[in-house]
Design a protein around this ligand. Sequence first.
Ligand SMILES: Nc1ncnc2c1ncn2[C@@H]1O[C@H](COP(=O)(O)OP(=O)(O)OP(=O)(O)O)[C@@H](O)[C@H]1O
Ligand SMILES: [Mg+2]
Length: 451
Amino acid sequence: MQSRKWLGQCPDCSEWNTLVEERFRPPAKDGGDLARGMFTARDRHPMSFSSIRADDDERTSTGIGELDRVLGGGIVAGSLVLIGGAPGIGKSTLVIQMADRIEVDGRPILYVSGEESERQIKMRGERLGLAADNLLILPETDLQSIFAAVEDLRPALMIVDSIQTVYNPRIESAPGSVSQVRDAAGQLMTFAKQSATPVFVTGHVTKEGSIAGPRTLEHIVDTVIYFEGDRHHNHRIIRATKNRFGAANEIGVFEMTGSGLAAVGNPSELFLQERPAGASGSVVTVCMEGTRPVLVEIQALVSGTRTASGRRMAQGFDHNRASLLIAVLEKRLGYQLAGDDVFVNVAGGLEIDEPAADLGVIAAIASSFRNQEIDPETAVFGEVGLTGEVRGVLQPQARAREAQTLGFKKLIVPESNKKGLEKMLGLRVVGVRTLEQVMDEIFQGWAARAK
Ligand SMILES: Nc1ncnc2c1ncn2[C@@H]1O[C@H](COP(=O)(O)OP(=O)(O)OP(=O)(O)O)[C@@H](O)[C@H]1O
Ligand SMILES: [Mg+2]
């Protein structure tokens, strides 16, 4: 969206204060293009669909399993990948580890750094124990010089750290501004496509999503990978929010150690390891993160409010969805929550974006409200509708298997998902249709046995 004068609210997306000023400059005579035509002067003419070769099997492994998974099975030639995340979360660490491990045919890997000097990069590399024989470091921010270097080198992979520091000298706005960042991404895209070289760029995003930052690039690049959660956890989650070459929403889980990012083999174990024993307001649910089932703990805290009406806050779960589920609890089960603050939190910094977690959120809130703990060996999943009905979700088998693997004894699932899950060794699967049945299963049965 562009406007000739300042507006408080963007007429396109209705967000406030998102317009930033950019000085208008007439485009350079040659269009300001640096990368176009550099590699192939191939004629652009329509090609018949059947004559085009799709080289999907030619994916290159990054040497980091979790990153390959998020990319959809490795790097596609000529793709432009954006790695975004909060400052200091580990973007440079991830890309340099990839540069060390990736297997290429003897051609160099070019790491363009606009943020750190070659000595700083070397120090990080030594801490991470990298050999990186093939790695060339170029501390440069001028796109013209970068492309000049690239033309000589013909690297197998190019990394630009970060997109906010590089600039096109033919455009007269500051590095990091919307027009520079967009232009740089566009030039790198042209370069990637024409030379079939994969290009990785890093970009900072603040929690709110900085305006001139990666958010404006999401539609330009092929794949967007964000670091999720925050720096205060020891583990790091990367997620593909967009992927032209694979399933979006796939996650990779790492632990940040002194020697870099180490893959976490079993994320469920990691997310459950700090689960409190015998506390109310905590329940385990099974989410699908891309193609992988992950067990997570959902926590809720219901406490008397000091304000006129209770606050509702959710972290790692959609705030509006949480409010809706609270309303369902009030209306369908008669829970009086209006005078309470309700907080919902997904432990471990994961962000859940699927209705299958509804039942977990409801169970956690109910548990805190009643001050009654939930059997730690019970897990739940299911979508909850407005009438309090429990609806089926996708991939019940995969979810149940994960719960079984981690030693859960009882699984509460939507009745329509129960078929085919009865014969799971060591796991009792209970199908439910309504919230009343859920509450009976979770509280009455368990409370009676616990006594
Ligand atoms: N000696 C160390 N031991 C363990 N972890 C370290 C050590 N030094 C740095 N780290 C970790 O590495 C992180 C920095 O990683 P990195 O520089 O890759 O982040 P970044 O996302 O590229 O940051 P920036 O936005 O500043 O470019 C730190 O937040 C810290 O967690
Ligand atoms: Mg960095």
